[in-house]
Design a protein around this ligand. Sequence first.
Ligand SMILES: [Zn+2]
Length: 352
Amino acid sequence: MSSRWAWIGFFLLTGLPTNGKAQATGVVIEEWMSKEERSDLLEKALALKKSSKLTPGDQLKAQLKNPLPGYVKSPTPFSAPLDPVLLAKRAREIRLWIMALYLCPKCSHWHLRDLVAAYPVAPDVVATCAHAFDWAAQLKPEETPKESYLLVVDCQKRLLGVSAVLAANSVMDAALLRVDPPNLIPVPLNDQLAPGDRVFCYSDPLGQLGYFSDGILNRFFWRPERQGEKGSLEELAYLRVNFGTDWAPGSSGAPILDQCGNVAGHVSSIHPLSRPKENQQPAQEGTQKSASSDDSSNPPLITVHEGIPARGVMALIRDVNERAGETSSPPPVSPRGPDLRPRLEDPSSSKP
Ligand SMILES: [Zn+2]
C-alpha cells in the first residue's frame, strides 16, 4: 500500500512516464499574439492597403453574388498515412486566419478583427466558411465600418490580401477567396472517405489556441431541404458530414484532416442536442434544437459537430473552373451522391 502511494507521489512530482515527445525540441508552445505583435500586424496590414493590394469590403460583398472568374488548381491527394505528431504539425502549418481590417466608426482608428479559419486549396486560393462574411451584418448600425478589407494570416504571421471572391455558397457554408501574393502551399481535398476513417482537427475552440484533437468520421447526411439534380452543385450544397473531433465557436473554417493530411472537410457548426420535451418534435438534421445551458431540466445528451465535406468544396472548385472554361479534369465524384465508392474499388485508398 505504502509503496503504491510512493509511486503516485513520484508521478505527481515528475510527471507520468512519456515517450519523450510531449516537450521535444522544436515543439511549438501556443501563445496568443502579444500587443506588440498585434500592432505590428496592423501596421503591415495598413501598408498592404496603401499598396492597393487589398480589395475593398463593399466590392468583395458584391462579388458574393457575382463572383469573379478564376481557376483553382488543387493538388492530388496524399496516399501515405502520417504519424499523428506530423499531422498536428501539418494541421498547424496549413491553418490560416481570415481577418478584417476596418476603420472603426467609434474611434476613427483602424482595427483588426479575427473572423474565421481557412485553408489553402491552391497557391492563390483559400477555402473557408461563407459565414466569414456575416461579421459586419452582426454589428449595430453605429458600429458598422464604412471601410473594410479582408486579410489572410498564416501561422508565421505573414499577411496576404484577399483580392477576390471566386465562389461563395451560403447553403454550403463555403467560400473560395483569391489571395495575393499567390505563394501558399495548397493542401489536397479528399472525398474518398467513409464513416470510421480517422480525422484530426487543429483549431481554437472558445479561445483555446491551437487545440489538436482526433476522432472518426461519424457519418455523411443530407440536410432535409435538399434539392437540385443528383451530383449537381445545388444538391451537394446540402451535403453534410459529422466528425468526432473537438470543436466549438472559434473553430469555424478550420480544416479537418484525414490520416494522410488531406482535407476531409471544414468546421461549420455545432449542435448540442437534448431529449425532446413532451409534445416537441425531435430535432431535425442541421437544426439547432438545442437545450440552452441554463435549461438544467433538459441537458444536452449529445453534441454533434457538423462539417462541410470535401466533396462539397470540390464541387464549388469544379464550378469555378467550369466557369473559367476548364473542363479537362473531371473530379472523382460518385453519381450516387454521398454513398461513397466501396473502398476496394478506390485505387487511392491507403488502408492496409
Ligand atoms: Zn475603435
